[in-house]
Design a protein. Structure first.
Length: 229
């Protein structure tokens, strides 16, 4: 429980409390990276920031892939150490074209959840629930609920996230209306990224032998990125 509490209270380091929408670099908080364990000292590799962001009056939504990490075993073989995800980041608005980066919340879609999003039709809705302590005695203390529901007139969707934290006694809600065009971009981007977050791109385009030893995996003590703010 103490560990969970540290995850939820950690890393609220400031990038400026109010983030101007025109300063896109301040939203690039998610890692787009992959690594391979070589038994040496861990280090974070160079990051590529390429999120797709939607800015609306009450909140902003950003999505980008987080690639899996790999471990080396046997005679140079690789296996997935931690699976990747599509990371959604929500930021509340605090003024015209300004968003509070310190109060951001994240939601990591697994490969199967990405499949549900991709298959969402014009009149369909989908919903996902996450609990970092599921199947433990701390289950239910923190819950995240992501829902995607169509507009009544068929012009787009409402993408909503609610975060209930019974430890801190807080409830946060974000709703970002997206147009059909914006949702189409989101789905197409997820379709493209899906084999990459599964690590399957390595099956068809493996790393050159001279490059692989230079990569290292993310510190195994790092908490899940969705819960590490």
């Amino acid at each position: 429980m103490m560990k969970l509490s540290r995850f939820l209270n950690s890393n609220r380091n400031a990038v400026g409390k109010g983030t101007d929408v025109r300063d896109g670099s301040a939203l690039h908080a998610l890692n787009f990276q992959a690594g391979i364990s070589t038994g040496g000292k861990s280090s974070i590799q160079d990051r590529v920031f390429a999120p797709y962001s939607v800015f609306k009056g009450k909140a902003a939504l950003s999505i980008e892939p987080v690639l899996p990490t790999f471990s080396k075993f046997g005679s140079g073989n690789l296996r997935v150490d931690r699976r990747g995800s599509m990371m959604l980041t929500f930021l509340p608005a605090i003024g015209e074209r300004k968003y509070d980066y310190e109060k951001r919340q994240k939601f990591a879609l697994s490969a199967t959840e990405v499949g549900s999003l991709i298959s969402t039709g014009p009149k369909d809705s989908c919903e996902f629930f996450h609990d970092p302590s599921m199947l433990s005695s701390n289950a239910g203390q923190v819950r995240k609920n992501l829902s995607i529901k169509p507009h009544a007139d068929g012009s787009g969707y409402f993408v909503s996230l609610s975060v209930v934290n019974n430890i801190l006694k807080t409830t946060e809600r974000f709703t970002v209306p997206v147009t059909t065009a914006e949702f189409t971009v989101l789905k197409t981007a997820c379709s493209f990224a899906l084999p990459h977050i599964m690590g399957w791109d390595r099956l068809t385009t493996p790393l050159p032998g001279t490059l692989a030893p230079k990569l290292s995996k993310v510190d195994p003590q790092m908490p899940d990125l969705e819960w590490d703010k």
